[in-house]
Design a protein around this ligand. Structure first.
Ligand SMILES: NC(=O)C1=CN([C@@H]2O[C@H](COP(=O)(O)OP(=O)(O)OC[C@H]3O[C@@H](n4cnc5c(N)ncnc54)[C@H](OP(=O)(O)O)[C@@H]3O)[C@@H](O)[C@H]2O)C=CC1
Ligand SMILES: CC(=O)C(=O)O
Ligand SMILES: [Mg+2]
Length: 432
């Protein structure tokens, strides 16, 4: 895949990004009408007096909200702005462009309507209470860019309090896509996840969830070195929260320099430019480097490729090959979950999504993807380990796998959708 860009964000690209958000109207999302509103008869149906009838029906049975309102295809994207991409805690309002962006991706790739909600909460409990009080309005809740360790408590409490899917995208969306990409990358490198020595830089929301899912896919916990700002997460540290402590290893290694020696895999979920070329040099043959921090990866892909010609390199960005980013997960995971009215998104649904993503990368790439990236060919291999977001087959493959897993594990409140397979987002309501 030919994608360019030595400097990650030139002044020109920076201005283009600002203009994109500002013009011709501010923001990236708008609300559209689904019913006619031209005449007084229409208004009498849409508003008073007609609107009273669905209100009465919902009062009789709350399930009727799915019949008479947009609830069933509506997801709240909720953040407190405490871990905006890799930019850190910039506060709720600064997170709004990212949350609108998630809404763009929900709509563009899975036909899901969403509203972004930026919560100014003084504590995790205040955040939980705020979201719990408005939960019934939505078909699902996508938590986004909430820092660790608070994100774990918040997600768990909301899962317990809500009977709709609550999903912290930075944890599970990222973990699903990372696992799919890593299984393929290791296969290409001629290695097995069970044997791979993994260094994970970062011990927050994304890192903890990624390593947990990798372990449930076959990685050995004793083969994982996790690092936070203080270095290797090891068993002699007494400053670890309960989530980091799950990955504390008995080791004398203390720094990234120590941990990286001979590693097969580097997963970066931390911050920019933290993996040095000299450290990449010391990894094992055919090293897999997922530098997933956004917008600036732990190592620039051009630097990584100049450092070693055997590196299998991925970032979280759209402008370099191998985009390991939760955009490949959350739209389709929610699509499948909403369509069977799942009460939660369980481990089986996540693993089903991993395999659907992994397997799709091994199929021939379609013309729409080649055209979307302005390239002539793309084949499963070092430069293509994971489907691209522009692959419209994701809608069917991932959503159907997730829906089936929900039905099979008893968390679906509706049967497997009769209107599947989905060939495009025009099919999402199952009506002609
Ligand atoms: N590609 C993708 O799809 C995704 C990428 N990400 C990226 O992952 C990163 C982390 O996000 P998230 O988990 O939500 O945030 P969190 O705030 O929950 O976690 C950040 C983690 O990074 C660690 N960290 C930060 N700086 C350093 C450093 N200099 N050295 C070592 N560790 C460091 C922190 O260490 P400590 O615990 O000591 O504070 C913390 O453990 C972001 O850059 C984000 O863009 C996240 C989600 C999806
Ligand atoms: C991609 C994403 O969700 C993040 O970087 O936070
Ligand atoms: Mg995020």
């Amino acid at each position: 895949m030919q994608m360019t860009g030595q400097k990650l964000m030139s002044d020109e690209k920076r201005q283009a990004a600002l203009d994109y958000h500002a013009k011709p109207i501010p923001g990236k999302l708008s609300v559209e009408l689904t019913k006619p509103t031209e005449t007084s008869k229409h208004l009498a149906l849409a508003y008073s007096p007609g609107v009273a009838e669905p209100c009465r029906e919902i009062a009789k049975d709350v399930e009727n909200a799915y019949l008479y309102t947009g609830k069933g295809n509506l997801v709240a994207v909720v953040s407190d702005g405490s871990a905006i991409l890799g930019l850190g805690n910039l506060g709720p309002l600064s997170s709004k462009p990212v949350m609108e962006g998630k809404g763009v991706l929900f709509k563009r790739f899975a036909g899901i309507n969403s509203v972004d909600i930026e919560v100014d909460a003084e504590s995790p409990q205040a955040f939980i209470d705020t979201v719990a009080r408005i939960a019934d309005t939505w078909g699902g809740i996508n938590l986004e860019d909430i820092k660790a360790p608070e994100c774990f408590e918040i997600e768990q409490a909301l899962i317990e309090q809500c009977n709709i899917p609550v999903f912290h995208d930075d944890q599970h969306g990222t973990a699903i896509v990372t696992a799919a990409g890593l299984l393929n990358a290791l296969d290409i490198a001629g290695k097995r996840l069970e044997d791979a020595r993994i260094v994970c830089l970062g011990a927050g929301a994304a890192a903890i969830a990624c390593m947990k899912l990798l372990v449930s896919c076959g990685a050995r916990a004793e083969n994982i070195f996790m690092l936070d700002r203080k270095g290797v997460v090891h068993s002699e540290r007494d400053d670890l929260n309960q989530y980091k402590a799950m990955f504390a290893t008995e080791t004398s290694r203390r720094t990234l320099d120590d941990a990286i020696e001979g590693a097969d895999v580097f997963v970066g979920l931390s911050g920019p430019n933290l993996l040095k070329p000299e450290q990449l040099q010391r990894m094992a043959a055919n090293p897999v480097v997922f530098a997933c921090s956004n917008p600036d990866p732990e190592i620039h892909p051009d630097v990584a490729n100049e450092t070693r010609d055997d590196v299998i390199m991925a970032t979280g960005r759209s402008d370099y090959p191998n985009q390991v980013n939760n955009v490949l997960g959350f739209p389709f995971i929610f699509r499948g979950a909403l369509d069977v009215r799942a009460t939660r998104i369980n481990e089986e649904m996540k693993v089903a999504a991993v395999h659907a993503l992994k397997d799709l990368a091994r199929e021939p790439v379609t013309r729409e993807v080649l055209d979307g990236y302005g390239i002539e060919s793309l084949e499963f291999g070092r430069g293509y380990i994971i489907p691209t977001p522009l692959d419209s087959r994701l809608l069917d493959r991932v959503s159907s796998a997730v829906a089936q897993a929900a039905v099979d594990t008893g968390v679906a409140r509706k049967p497997y959708p009769a209107h599947y397979p989905l060939t495009s987002i025009k099919d999402v309501y199952g009506t002609p």
